[in-house]
Design a protein around this ligand. Structure first.
Ligand code: FES
Ligand code: FES
Length: 167
């Protein structure tokens, strides 16, 4: 009879504390669980999407202590104690200036990439109130298979103008 010892491959369990969209959570789970799976599977916040799983597409972008972060390759132990904002918590009434303009300007097509786009764009505007096209290209490098890039860029510029007292 063969006996398999799975303990060799078992990831160490950890007690993790997170504040997500203003709510505190304590979780017992494998220390290397990607933050994306914690949000989606453990906390039921499915607005953050899985795309590539290798930190390339940006579909899984959330804010970790205010910084846009790709959550699919972020082990949860690395964000223990952090404050996380997901698309569900970007604005209490889904009325962040970007969300309003996203709707007004029909930015999404299929929509799959858009929560990540919005989270990257929101972090950009928090850091750079009047971003240039180059700033947008550098900071919102998310991949959209529907090619919504021109509308994303236009909406970010309008949001910046609106926040800065323009239109
Ligand atoms: S799913 Fe995380 S970057 Fe693509
Ligand atoms: S809107 Fe379809 S992938 Fe971006």
């Amino acid at each position: 009879m063969t006996v398999t010892d799975n303990s060799i491959n078992a990831a160490a369990s950890a007690s993790i504390s997170l504040t997500v969209n203003g709510e505190q959570h304590r979780l017992e789970l494998a220390a290397d669980t990607p933050l994306l799976w914690v949000l989606r599977d453990h906390l039921g916040m499915t607005g953050t999407k899985f795309g590539c799983g290798i930190a390339q597409c940006g579909a899984c972008t959330v804010h970790v202590d205010g910084r846009a972060t790709r959550s699919c390759m972020m082990p949860v132990e690395a964000v223990d104690g952090a404050t996380i904002t997901t698309i569900e918590g970007l604005a209490p009434r889904r009325d962040h200036v970007l969300q309003t303009l996203w709707l007004e300007m029909n930015v999404p097509q299929c929509g799959y990439c858009q929560s990540g786009m919005l989270m990257a764009a929101a972090a950009l505007l928090d850091d750079i109130p009047a971003p240039t096209d180059a700033d947008i290209d550098a900071r919102v490098s998310n991949i959209c298979r529907c090619g919504t890039y021109p509308r994303v860029r236009a909406a970010i510029h309008r949001a910046a103008a609106a926040r800065n007292g323009g239109q």
